[in-house]
Ligand binder design. Structure first.
Ligand SMILES: [Fe+2]
Length: 399
């Protein structure tokens, strides 16, 4: 039985240069108490008030510091061994001269002012870095903006346009690579089948780093996280080029909804949920979309119908998305859309991205087009989108 000081007021006490074993200070107020140069073993500080508590040159072995706010605790040359610091707050601390061995930092937080010992990776032990909201107004505005776009995709038009979002430099670079890889035969017979004039490139992220940028537009990621949940993934990311004479695409809704189409022969399905969204799409225009070159056709608000489109209903309500190159369009995969044909004499190139909750099996295994060494170097956003650390099922029940 631990010596019990739970909920007690133990502040300003001096426990320096002693060996303490088996004390419980749960929820105790230890304000300004010193444990400097002490050897602490099996001490339970769960949720204790450790403000200005002195742990200078202290050894904490098998101790519990869960749910403590350590921001104003004196930690210097402190030795944490086999101890539990889960859910603690380590923001702003200089821990450079302290040591951490076999510690539990699950859901502990720290910030960019926290200095960790050399070669110590807090995230490996479960800690999370938090960002300070330097500008609260800015952050409030941005969360308001995110909510507005989320609402637009769910309950209003079903799409949102970021006009001229990508620079000419990025767009031209991406397009040049796509055209090089497309290898479309320039001298197609005048009357050749029009399907030869349309081309998908599926392995974009393996082609150049520019596509690793385009697959995760900064502005879109927090919006998709709200719509698709944490750990959402990218199920397909490809170029869709309509060369001159290419036929359009019939109206449809996107994967995984489209796979339910054939279950219903006569009546369209009516039970798709718009509460939990199973697909959001990005479309990046690498050419100006015009009413002649195969601009996307879209029925605003059709995500609310929760049905597969008929050509007749689609034609009656569609609009064309006519925007300049560099524009980024996002939309709800339940919304009716398709593309018109390219009647112009120039190509019309776009990049399409498909984003899904982590529990949906993606259409493409995007990580398979990367080499092992490239996967190692991916940033955390791409690791998430490609599902690198994703395990299905989540629980491993091997007994
Ligand atoms: Fe589509």
């Amino acid at each position: 039985m631990l010596k019990n000081f739970n909920f007690k007021n133990v502040k300003k006490k001096n426990f320096s240069k002693v060996k303490l074993v088996g004390y419980a200070f749960r929820k105790a107020n230890l304000n300004k108490t010193t444990f400097s140069k002490s050897n602490l073993e099996k001490i339970d500080f769960w949720s204790a008030d450790l403000e200005k508590v002195n742990f200078k040159e202290t050894i904490l072995k098998n101790c519990i510091l869960s749910d403590t706010d350590l921001r104003k605790t004196i930690i210097s040359k402190t030795n944490f061994l086999n101890s539990n610091l889960s859910h603690s707050n380590l923001s702003g601390l200089n821990l450079k001269n302290s040591t951490f061995k076999n510690v539990n930092l699950r859901e502990a937080i720290y910030d960019n002012k926290t200095i960790w010992p050399k070669k110590f990776d807090p995230s490996f032990f479960g800690a999370t870095k938090i960002k300070k909201n330097r500008n609260k107004l800015k952050s409030k505005k941005s969360s308001q903006f995110i909510n507005n776009v989320v609402n637009e995709l769910k309950n209003k038009s079903g799409f949102y346009v970021f006009k001229n979002y990508f620079s000419n430099k990025d767009v031209n670079k991406a397009k040049k690579i796509i055209l090089r890889v497309s290898k479309i035969k320039k001298d197609l017979a005048f009357s050749s089948d029009k399907k030869n004039n349309q081309k998908y490139i599926l392995n974009l992220i393996a082609l150049d780093d520019i596509f690793k940028k385009l697959i995760q537009p900064k502005i879109v990621m927090p919006i998709f996280e709200k719509l698709l949940g944490k750990k959402f993934i990218c199920g397909n990311f490809c170029a869709n080029s309509l060369f001159p004479g290419a036929r359009g695409q019939k109206p449809h809704i996107d994967y995984p909804y489209m796979n339910m189409k054939n279950i219903y022969k006569k009546t369209p399905p009516l039970n798709f949920s718009n509460e939990i969204i199973l697909n959001c799409q990005t479309m990046i225009l690498l050419d100006d979309f015009t009413n002649q070159n195969g601009a996307t056709e879209f029925v605003p608000g059709s995500q609310k119908f929760k049905t597969y489109p008929t050509q007749k209903a689609f034609d009656k309500n569609k609009i064309q998305l006519i925007y300049p190159k560099g524009t980024l369009i996002i939309f709800n995969g339940l919304a009716w859309h398709g593309s018109s044909s390219n009647f112009s004499y120039k190509e019309r190139v776009a990049i399409l991205g498909q984003y899904l909750p982590f529990f949906i099996t993606p259409m493409s295994n995007l990580k398979n087009c990367l080499k092992k060494k490239d996967i190692k170097n991916l940033d955390s956003g791409l690791r998430q989108l490609l599902g690198i650390d994703l395990v299905h099922p989540v629980q491993n029940l091997r007994y």
